[in-house]
Ligand binder design. Structure first.
Ligand code: PEP
Ligand code: MG
Length: 563
């Protein structure tokens, strides 16, 4: 028996079964060099592979955005130029030229700070595998051969891999590479299958047909477990399944406390597929539509028309409330088609609303698209990273220009569209009363607020222990924001990760938070906690927590009130 341990769970849950190890050795490139007279033949081979891959991806693109991106990538002139140049100038055969060119491309993405951009390296490798299969004349994907229930073990799994698997046969995933935002992690969360990624040593030790226990909730893969361990996990798996079923049955019920106070529990989304899933779960509103993904997954700034189509669909799907955040780029998020000048401190640099106010045409295209979508549902606009009233006023001035333009063009929109800000900077907390008079709602962005209040980089693993939203400074800031909002009669929500933290739910409820917005998968659990708590008790608990001197004290107060 051997146990592999990882820190972060990609998708929780328990399962056990035989491993199916995905081995990719047959996709390595032939390494021989060619003579210059053979260059045209190699280029023709590569062109044929591109044609075949393009045809496959044209079909697949209809099923998912990921393949739409691969469809563009496989025809990318830079990729073509890289491969053909290696064939003609470096005498590499087509397979080797493909291998080396895609390795260079993937390395650029791998070195990026932003998790999302990092994962694009996996897309390049996926496109490479597709082209390589074509070059080698391999028609069958190894994963098509799965006909029994298995735990998939792989170095990494790409969208193309998972599109070839009958997912009914997959009990769970364990991969050696990948992060919690990698493709396999997203697929696993969507399918609610247990998954662990970044499991070091996995591929060396595990062979197909080995028996595994995947305890994804606690970050463990157990190879060849003994009978006692198997029995223990069988019981845990059963208990987990029962608990999940009970929660799901409750997920579309309102989040009303034992003593009758109802709060909104909404979802954070990044695209239309997320909106569909949230609606399917019975979630009634979107507290944060991260519009930047529309920009990041593109080859150009999305046009007003392109954005309008997406926002309109989202508004139709979720007519009760849809909060669209304007472009929040910069910091750790970049755009493949725009060069950001290097900055000493990107998180304190040119990001979010600062960029929108500087790139007015880009901002206007987005505001016009959101306004037009507001004719199809209850759409609200939210500005990120606001630090001053001047910024808010400037943004609203541009919004008014857009409204006037649309009115002059007789294009429908909601003239009373609600406008709010994300409260995620210390400046906005300190001046919160001033902002409260000028907006329709607040949404607390605890991810950034915590990093800025505590001066702790949210992505720096070395100081991750210092990053804690239960710090008294953050808790008191939250209280201050909620109180200032309520004094002016405006709603206060939260769309940072803290809103979905089960240990924070009673505190936030007691502080008076009106709307909790989180990843769709977390809503059932938070609703369940709220439904089993009395508001009066939560207030008492929160009252004590905000006066605590230390982070530990805050946590201790919450833990005893919680149980
Ligand atoms: C936040 O900062 O809390 C937030 C929700 O925004 P993001 O994580 O996208 O910066
Ligand atoms: Mg933020």
């Amino acid at each position: 028996m051997k146990t592999f341990i990882v820190e972060k769970t990609a998708s929780g849950g328990f399962t056990m079964g035989r491993a199916f190890v995905v081995n990719r050795n047959n996709l390595s490139a032939d390494t021989y060099r060619i003579e210059s007279k053979d260059a045209d033949t190699e280029i023709a081979k590569y062109q044929k592979a591109v044609r075949e891959a393009t045809a496959q991806l044209e079909e697949l693109a209809k099923t998912s955005d990921i393949f739409a991106a691969h469809f563009e990538m496989v025809q990318d002139p830079a990729l073509y130029a890289g491969v053909t140049d290696k064939i003609t100038s470096e005498s590499q055969n087509a397979q080797l030229a493909l291998e080396n060119t895609t390795a260079e491309f993937a390395a650029i993405f791998d070195s990026m700070e932003d998790e999302y951009m990092k994962e694009r390296g996996a897309d390049v490798r996926d496109v490479r595998d597709r082209l390589m299969r074509s070059l080698k004349g391999i028609t069958q994907n190894v994963l098509e051969g799965i006909h029994d229930k298995v735990i998939l073990v792989a170095e990494d799994l790409s969208p193309s891999d998972t599109s070839n698997i009958n997912l009914d046969f997959v009990l769970g995933f364990a991969t050696e590479l990948g992060g919690v935002t990698s493709h396999v992690s997203i697929i696993a969360r969507n399918l609610e299958l247990p998954a662990l990624v970044g499991v070091k040593g996995l591929m060396e030790e595990v062979k197909s047909d080995d028996f595994l226990i995947l305890d994804a909730s606690n970050g463990k893969v157990i190879l060849d477990p003994d009978e006692e361990t198997i029995q223990k996990y069988k019981a845990l798996e059963e208990e987990y399944r029962k608990h999940k079923k009970e929660l799901e049955a409750l997920s579309s019920l309102p989040a009303t406390t034992l003593d009758g106070k109802t709060v909104k529990v909404y979802a954070n989304v990044g695209n239309l597929e997320d909106v569909k899933k949230a609606v399917h779960r019975g979630i009634e509103g979107i507290g944060l539509f991260r519009s930047e993904f529309l920009y990041m997954k593109n080859t150009h700034f999305p046009t007003e028309e392109e954005q309008f189509e997406v926002y309109k669909q989202a508004a139709i799907l979720c007519p009760k409330e849809l909060i669209i955040r304007t472009l929040d780029i910069g910091g750790d998020k970049s755009l493949p088609y725009y060069t950001f000048e290097p900055e000493e401190n990107p998180f304190l640099g040119w990001r979010a609303i600062r960029i929108s106010l500087d790139l007015e045409d880009v901002f206007k295209a987005q505001l016009r698209a959101i306004l037009r979508a507001s004719a199809f549902g209850k759409v609200k606009i939210m500005y990120p990273m606001i630090i001053s009233l001047e910024e808010l006023i400037k943004a609203n001035t541009i919004l008014n220009i857009c409204k006037n333009e649309l009115a002059a063009e007789s294009i429908a929109f909601d003239p009373d569209i609600k406008v709010g800000i994300m409260v995620e900077t210390p400046a906005s907390v300190l001046c919160i009363e001033n902002f409260a008079k000028h907006v329709d709602f607040f949404s607390i962005g605890t991810n950034d607020l915590t990093q800025y209040i505590l001066a702790v980089d949210r992505g720096n693993k070395k100081i991750a222990k210092l990053y804690d939203s239960f710090h008294p400074a953050v808790v008191q800031s939250i209280q201050r924001i909620i109180d200032a909002g309520h004094k002016e009669g405006i709603e206060v929500g939260m769309c940072g990760e803290f809103a979905g933290d089960e240990k924070a739910a009673v505190l936030l409820l007691g502080l008076g938070l009106d709307e909790f917005s989180m990843s769709a998968g977390a809503t059932a659990n938070i609703k369940n906690i709220i439904r089993n708590t009395s508001y009066e008790k939560a207030k008492e608990c929160a009252g004590k927590a905000v006066t605590a001197f230390t982070t530990q004290e805050v946590k201790d107060i919450l833990s005893c009130f919680h149980n």
